[in-house]
Design a protein around this ligand. Sequence first.
Ligand SMILES: *Cc1c(COP(=O)(O)O)cnc(C)c1O
Length: 247
Amino acid sequence: MTDRSLDEIIAENLAAVRARIARAAADSGRDPGDIRLIAVSKTFGLDAVRAAIAAGQRDFGENKVQEGLTKIDALAASPEVADSLRWHLIGHLQSNKAKRAARPFDAIHSIDSLDLLAKVDAAAHDVRRKPELLIQVDLAGEATKFGAAGDAVREILRAGEQLTAARIVGLMVLPPFYDDPASARPYFRQLRALRDALLADGVPAAMLRELSMGMSHDFEVAIAEGATMVRVGTAIFGLRAKPDPKP
Ligand SMILES: *Cc1c(COP(=O)(O)O)cnc(C)c1O
């Protein structure tokens, strides 16, 4: 046999990514166990997700509600596996889809308004789920992205103290794409500085536990700046067939 199977390729890619995470953690004196790898399976099929599961991966990220739902439902046929998985919605979420997102996703990284926060919490309450929420932050100079800026982040955190079902657990950033990973560093650093400022202002630490930042080509930089969740697609599953359509 000359061609490697999908299972082998994904297992090797995952091992390589885990090794990169371990090295990056060691370089900055961090425990690699404090960094959660989210395998971003968007645009890839169930065969790819199953291969990653077989290689021990448990956290998966999707950027569209419906696409995630399709995979989650298909995998639910084998509950002994499905129950151990954690699904992260990492893409923009419209308020009118909050209801659909609340049941399947364990974590939603794209909370960017009070309205969305309230709708996700109400929907989670209805379906008896307790999703973890991250506030997607729009850092200065990043006006083309989704996300909450400055005061809006504080407002969302304040409202987050009164939730009935969901819980805010941290912050997320999606910097503009740069070829040079080092160019993303200021965004990662700013997100951590914002977290530290909010902690100093008395925001409960449990609401600021996670920093979701870093993708395939720059997660080492993000880890050096304090990432606790890295969202990695290409380095695990390969190149996506199409670029993401602009929302
Ligand atoms: C697609 C995507 C990723 C993963 O990107 P890769 O470069 O393939 O690792 C991470 N975060 C978000 C929000 C994404 O949409």
